[in-house]
Design a protein around this ligand. Structure first.
Ligand SMILES: *Cc1c(COP(=O)(O)O)cnc(C)c1O
Length: 355
C-alpha cells in the first residue's frame, strides 16, 4: 500500500533544551493516519501535518470506549542512527488488543514499514541528550457516527510522536507504592491483558488517592480474591524473595509487557530464572517480616526499570533494600538501556534499525 505524504508548511520550533522535555507535552510536525471502513478494509495510509482529527460527536469511541493504544520508543545512538526496541512485539500486541475489542486487525509488517517511513521523516525530532528518546504512540479509535452499543463499522489508526526527556533526571530513585485494597483495575475475563483506555479510566481514582497520601503508584491486587499481586500502575512488577525472582504469571488480567518479557529473557540468559506464578500479598508481607524481600522493581517502556523502595499496605509501611536500588535492578537497567541506545551489543536481536 502506498503511503501518501503531505508535509507541513509551518514546521514547529524544536525544543532547544532537551533536559526539559518531560513526557507527553511536545509533538512532532506530522502524524500518521489510516482509515478503516466496513467493506473497504484498512486503507489510505498517509503522513499529514499534526493537528485535530474531525470527529462526529456521536463517534462510538466517545461513548463506549472502543479504542486501543500502544507505547514504544525510538532511540538515537551515539553515531546518530535511530533504532527501535522490539517493535514487532508492539504491533503483535496491538492486534491482540484489536481482537479483544472487536476492532479489525492490521498488517503488522506494513505497520512497521510505515513507522520507519514516518520516523525517518521526523528524524530531526529524535533527541540526542542522554536518556532521551522519541516516544511513539500508535492508537485506534472507533469513529462510526452511531449511538448503538455495537462494534463500529469504521476506525482511525493514528500514530503521534513525542520527544521525551530522560525518565530519571536525578538517578534511579526508588518509588513509593501504595497497595490498593479498595478499588480494582480489572478482573479476570475483562480487558486487563490489553492496552485500552478503559483500564486507565478505571485506575484514575485510586491513583489520585494514592498520590494524595504521597505514593507515586498503585499496586493492584487481583480483582476476584484481592489476595494476589498483579501489577503496578502502568508497569509489570518483579520481586526477589530469598534468592527467587518472582513476577505474577500472565493469567489474563495482567498486561503482557514487552519490558517484562525482555527482563525474563535476560535474567534467564544470566542463569537467573524467573518464577512466573501467583504471588500472594501475604507471602510478600511475610518476606518483609522475615527480612527476605531483597529487591522489588517495576518494568515498562517509559521507565525501563523502576526500583520500588517503599510499600504501604493498610497501616503497614515497609522499606525495601534500604530504599536503594538493588544489584539485580541496576544490572537490568544498565543492560536494557545499553542495548536500547546502542551502547552495548544486542545479543538477543531486539534492535530494529530505522534510519
Ligand atoms: C504498557 C503497560 C505496561 C508495560 O508494558 P511495556 O510493553 O513493557 O511498556 C504494563 N502495564 C500496563 C497496564 C500497561 O498499560
Amino acid at each position: 500500500m502506498e503511503i501518501k505524504i503531505q508535509l507541513t508548511d509551518h514546521p514547529k520550533q524544536k525544543p532547544t533544551d532537551q533536559t526539559k522535555l518531560g513526557f507527553g507535552h511536545c509533538f512532532t510536525d506530522h502524524m500518521f493516519l489510516m482509515d478503516y471502513h466496513e467493506g473497504q478494509g484498512w486503507h489510505d495510509p498517509r503522513i499529514v501535518p499534526y493537528g485535530p482529527i474531525p470527529m462526529d460527536p456521536s463517534s462510538s469511541c466517545f461513548h463506549y470506549a472502543q479504542e486501543i493504544f500502544e507505547g514504544m520508543k525510538a532511540y538515537r545512538t551515539a553515531e546518530g542512527k535511530i533504532q527501535f526496541f522490539r517493535p514487532q512485539e508492539n504491533f503483535k500486541r496491538l492486534n491482540n488488543s484489536c481482537q479483544r475489542l472487536v476492532i479489525p486487525q492490521m498488517d503488522e509488517g506494513f505497520l512497521l514499514e510505515a513507522l520507519k517511513k514516518f520516523v525517518t521523516i521526523e528524524k530531526d525530532w529524535v533527541p540526542s541528550a542522554p536518556g532521551t528518546s522519541l516516544y511513539i504512540r500508535p492508537f485506534i479509535i472507533a469513529n462510526q457516527d452511531f449511538l448503538g452499543v455495537h462494534p463500529s463499522i469504521s476506525y482511525i489508526y493514528c500514530v503521534i510522536l513525542s520527544p521525551s526527556g530522560a525518565y530519571y533526571a536525578s538517578g534511579l530513585n526508588p518509588v513509593k507504592i501504595y497497595v490498593e485494597t479498595k478499588y480494582v483495575r480489572v478482573s479476570k475475563g475483562g480487558m486487563g491483558m490489553v492496552k485500552t483506555g478503559g483500564n486507565y479510566a478505571a485506575s484514575l481514582l485510586a491513583q489520585e488517592e494514592a498520590e494524595k497520601q504521597g505514593y507515586s503508584q498503585v499496586l493492584w491486587l487481583d480483582g476476584v480474591e484481592r489476595k494476589y499481586v498483579e501489577e503496578v500502575g502502568s508497569m509489570n512488577v518483579f520481586f526477589k524473595i530469598n534468592g527467587e525472582i518472582i513476577t505474577p504469571a500472565l493469567t489474563g488480567s495482567i498486561l503482557p509487557g514487552i519490558t517484562r518479557k525482555s527482563v525474563i529473557e535476560m535474567l534467564k540468559s544470566w542463569g537467573m530464572p524467573v518464577s512466573e506464578r501467583r504471588l500472594p500479598l501475604q507471602e510478600l508481607l511475610d518476606a518483609v517480616e522475615a527480612g527476605t524481600l531483597e529487591e522489588a522493581w517495576g518494568t515498562g517502556t517509559a521507565c525501563v526499570i523502576s526500583p520500588i523502595g517503599e510499600l504501604k499496605c493498610g497501616d503497614k509501611h515497609v522499606t525495601i533494600n534500604n530504599n536503594e536500588i538493588g544489584p539485580v535492578s541496576q544490572k537490568l537497567y544498565d543492560t536494557l538501556t545499553g542495548i536500547q541506545w546502542g551502547v552495548i551489543p544486542d545479543p538477543f536481536g531486539w534492535i530494529e534499525p530505522c534510519c
